[in-house]
Design a protein around this ligand. Sequence first.
Ligand SMILES: [Zn+2]
Length: 312
Amino acid sequence: MKTVILSSDAGFEHRLPPPHPEHPARLRAVMDAFADTPALASIERVEARRASREEIARVHAPEHIDLVFEGEPADHEAFNGFDFDTFMSRGSLEAALRGAGAAVQAVDLVMAGDAEAAFCATRPPGHHAERHRPMGFCLFNNIAIAALHVLDAHGLSRVAIIDIDVHHGNGSQDVAEHEPRLVFGSLHESPLYPGSGHENETGLNGNVINVTLPAGTGGPVWRDRLAHDIIAPIDALQPEFILVSAGFDGHRADPLANVQLDEGDFAYAAALLADFSRRSASSRLVCCLEGGYELGALGRSAAAFVETLAAR
Ligand SMILES: [Zn+2]
């Protein structure tokens, strides 16, 4: 697929109190791995723009947006915490705006036919941010903002978010609960943070699919459930655009979870998602970086994922 990578150096300026696992070196690991992968050398890089307040407001309540717009601490060395693991520093607002902006810009590039697949290498991640609150390292829900952009700015009638991060995408599910044009499917370890995403949570409109995996689940089971229990039922609902919450914290080396994947499994997922979007959604695929907290595993996994998209 013709693939582009969107990113912003603003992602390096968002800091959380050490030793928080969601730190700027994560983005550096991803960008360095892309630079070190020969097959990615010719892929176009795009500087992410800022999302507008109006684009963010398709998902988040005004009070939530105000909290982030006004949430940077006055002191360069200080942090402003929203909960025990979600913080802002100086520079966090710009990073959050560029993260959400990358997602909507990626949608525009794909809809214009300039690309078939896009990967947004940004931080902070987004899928835990609910409509009314930042949460779980996430300030704005980038992938949900992209989904509403597909629906409201481009006029498509059905969009899917497939969440392969090892944690449940509670924020994206919260948005899907109130948006029947959005289909949300999440494949995640359970029990694990944030504690939601049980398989009996199917959404007010039957548009939510949760698949839970026990600690220790390996690649073969993960691959099978992604293909048959996430992609197949979403395919039946005929989405016109595929969005992916691309978290790589299911890697066996990741310190925050206990699923036993490797970079080959993420490459396999990329192939499935690329084929799915080509077959069913007119080659419209946008992926946003979510988690992944072991730097080497994160870089290798993200590079394998994007390399597979581009080769497909
Ligand atoms: Zn995660």
